[in-house]
Design a protein around this ligand. Structure first.
Ligand SMILES: [Zn+2]
Length: 235
């Protein structure tokens, strides 16, 4: 009793409590909990906004440059010359990339078994040879570069320099060699039906706006190296 009396002598103040409106306080709590996230979100948004403003026009410019300049000349894409050690002779005067030799020979064999006789007209051509072809034919035929480029690639711009291109004729109709009339031969009909099985594809079809239709000119896309070489062309 004595002790209680003593205690009552002290004036212990109650903690002062302020009751905040219940719904307001829960909103405040939520805001407090989420404020770091909100701040983070806001920062990211602000950063992106700033970056887009700075980089946006640059990206647009680059994109336009890429679209307008895939480095074509008169409609032809540039191609590097194949390394000599990758070239193989498949018959006199016809060299091709080693990757496509088997496929090409198998294709000719299968056609033969079906009574169709393919003849190889031109395989690998060096940039020097392409140089001679382009400039000499241009002057012989009295053609301007753009006219000549419709039927022959400028040096450094021929698929033939890669070793992955082959010009094919019909052995029974040699008059159609390098002529659009080749498309009326058995050889061409057979190729259209079967070439894809051997990973060959017509390079210049009728829809090409720069280069004339070449039913005799096929390219090989059956190896990673070949696919890389023709990546831009296939885009
Ligand atoms: Zn060709």
């Amino acid at each position: 009793m004595e002790q209680n009396k003593d205690l009552n002598q002290y004036d212990i103040p109650f903690a002062k409590r302020i009751y905040v409106n219940k719904s307001n306080s829960s909103l405040l709590k939520k805001l407090l909990i989420f404020s770091p996230f909100l701040f983070l979100l806001f920062s990211i948004f602000a950063l992106r906004l700033v970056r887009n403003v700075e980089i946006g026009p640059l990206i647009n410019l680059n994109f336009k440059a890429e679209r307008n300049q895939d480095h074509r000349i008169l409609g032809h894409l540039p191609y590097n010359e194949i390394h000599k050690e990758k070239l193989v002779l498949i018959e006199p005067n016809i060299e091709v990339h080693i990757d496509m030799r088997d496929s090409l020979l198998n294709m000719r064999e299968e056609a033969k078994n079906e009574g169709v006789y393919l003849v190889f007209l031109s395989g690998y051509r060096s940039i020097n040879l392409q140089n001679d072809i382009f400039y000499s034919l241009k002057s012989i035929r009295n053609q301007e570069a753009a006219e000549r480029a419709r039927v022959s690639a400028p040096p450094g711009y021929s698929e033939h320099s890669t070793g992955f291109a082959i010009d094919i004729g019909d052995a029974t109709q040699r008059k159609t060699d390098f002529e659009v009339e080749f498309e009326n031969t058995d050889a061409f009909r057979w190729l259209k039906k079967n070439a894809a099985k051997f990973h060959f594809k017509l390079s210049f079809n009728k829809n090409n706006k720069y280069i004339d239709y070449e039913p005799w000119h096929w390219r090989y896309e059956g190896s990673i190296e070949a696919l890389k070489v023709f990546e831009i062309s296939n885009r």
